[in-house]
Ligand binder design. Structure first.
Ligand SMILES: Cc1cc2nc3c(=O)[nH]c(=O)nc-3n(C[C@H](O)[C@H](O)[C@H](O)COP(=O)(O)O)c2cc1C
Length: 393
């Protein structure tokens, strides 16, 4: 292998070695039944393991039933759900990749329709109930709706906070018990933990609101409790919205304060996304809830500056995500110190073999043994055609 290709350098975090720096970003599939993984989840996640991504994250996996975004979201609020994911975890490991899980609670953005049904992404109503998708009461730091037209969430009491914290811990224990090697806490995109951080969603008068210390208190309690429940050699990631992108919202300076604290509590990597406090996250729109236009379209690597800032300003490793498409682009992000890891979402769904194609494009070890041996003939044939074209052209 060429030493100079950083994308294919292993990275050891605690007792866990990622074989390369390519991470499958969490990708909700809205295809679970009562929170249980289905054959689709196996097919979806196994594709990335066959493609040899270093770390394969599940989609946002709900720690409580009411913490699902939609009725079809994946869950790990009971042991049977965890067992349903175990074969996927084992398959990912059998391919030499590292299985990771994103633990999530949707907070006030719960009880919505899957994006690909009619009026996708909007709150469930009686119309949905008639079809069997019963709306449920969303919970939040304060009784503030996501946006106009959304239901008012119920403010969490301090007993509720104990319950949610306990649910995160129980979910983390279940995840480790079925073989996940990495946990990521979802603290972004307007979901529960992010909504505690942001002054736009948290207007509590108790010790869990107010200044940044108060607003960080509950998310940091969850970090600390989950860290304590995990094996010491298992890495912990946190996905944050590095900026709200709205006036009076969470800022990059706030993120630096949070990351410094999370590093002290044993978070190993911060995964830097953005937006979502009052609508769609910024990778999908300008966070005003309006559809993407040419003006609001996100340019390649638009969130890399956040990952770079956290890496430079705090003691935490960082992961960049958001419109990372080309192998050379990913390599440049790592080489220039923009991040320690790169996460890809849509591009990996488009081409689950992206890591193997990137290895070839970057002149890293293009040895076909990196491919699953069952596919060796396909790679041989490709190489024969390439050689033929070179000799005739
Ligand atoms: C279909 C889909 C589902 C997603 N689900 C999640 C999720 O479960 N958790 C999360 O943190 N981000 C989620 N995201 C955001 C992605 O992880 C990623 O941050 C975003 O798509 C930007 O990266 P990309 O440009 O490489 O796709 C989702 C994105 C898409 C397109």
């Amino acid at each position: 292998m060429s030493d100079s290709v950083k994308l294919f350098e292993p990275l050891t975090l605690r007792g866990c070695t990622l074989p390369n720096r390519i991470v499958v970003s969490p990708l909700c599939q809205y295809s679970a039944e009562d929170g249980f993984a289905q054959p689709w989840h196996f097919a979806h996640l196994s594709a990335f393991a066959r493609g040899k991504a270093g770390l394969v994250f599940t989609e946002a996996t709900a720690v409580e039933e009411r913490g699902r975004i939609t009725p079809r979201c994946l869950g790990i609020w009971n042991d049977a759900q965890a067992e349903a994911i175990r074969p996927i975890v084992e398959f990912i490991e059998s391919m030499g990749c590292v299985p990771g899980i994103q633990l999530a609670h949707a907070g006030r953005k719960a009880s919505t329709r899957a994006p690909f049904v009619a009026k996708g992404g909007s709150p469930l109503t009686d119309e949905d109930a008639a079809r069997g998708d019963l709306p449920w009461q969303a919970v939040a730091p304060s009784p503030l709706p996501v946006a106009d037209g959304w239901p008012v969430p119920r403010e969490l009491t301090s007993d509720d906070l104990d319950e949610v914290r306990t649910a995160f811990v129980a979910a983390a224990r279940r995840a480790c018990a079925v073989g996940f090697k990495v946990i990521e806490l979802h603290m972004a995109h307007g979901y529960l933990l992010h909504s505690f951080l942001s002054p736009l969603a948290n207007q509590r008068g108790d010790e869990y609101g107010g200044d940044i210390e108060g607003r960080m208190r509950f998310p940091l309690e969850v970090v600390q409790a989950v860290r304590a429940a995990m094996p010491a050699d298992a890495p912990l990631f946190a996905r944050i919205s590095a900026v709200d992108g709205r006036e009076g919202g969470w800022s990059l300076e706030d993120s630096a304060v949070l990351c410094a604290r999370m590093a002290q509590l044993g978070v190993d990597v911060v995964d830097c996304s953005s937006g979502g406090i009052g609508g769609a996250p910024r990778f999908r729109s300008d966070d005003s809830g309006k559809p993407l236009t040419a003006d609001s379209a996100r340019t390649p690597g638009f969130q890399v500056p956040y990952a770079r800032a956290m890496r430079e300003q705090t003691e935490i490793m960082s992961m960049a995500v958001g419109v990372i498409i080309e192998p050379q682009q990913a390599e440049d992000i790592l080489q220039s110190g923009g991040a320690d890891l790169v996460a890809l979402g849509r591009e990996l769904m488009y081409d689950p073999f992206w890591p193997l194609h990137a290895a070839e494009a970057l002149g890293a070890d293009s040895d076909y043994r990196m491919w699953p041996e069952q596919y060796a003939w396909a790679v041989d044939r490709r190489q024969q055609i390439k050689r033929l074209n070179e000799s005739s052209g």
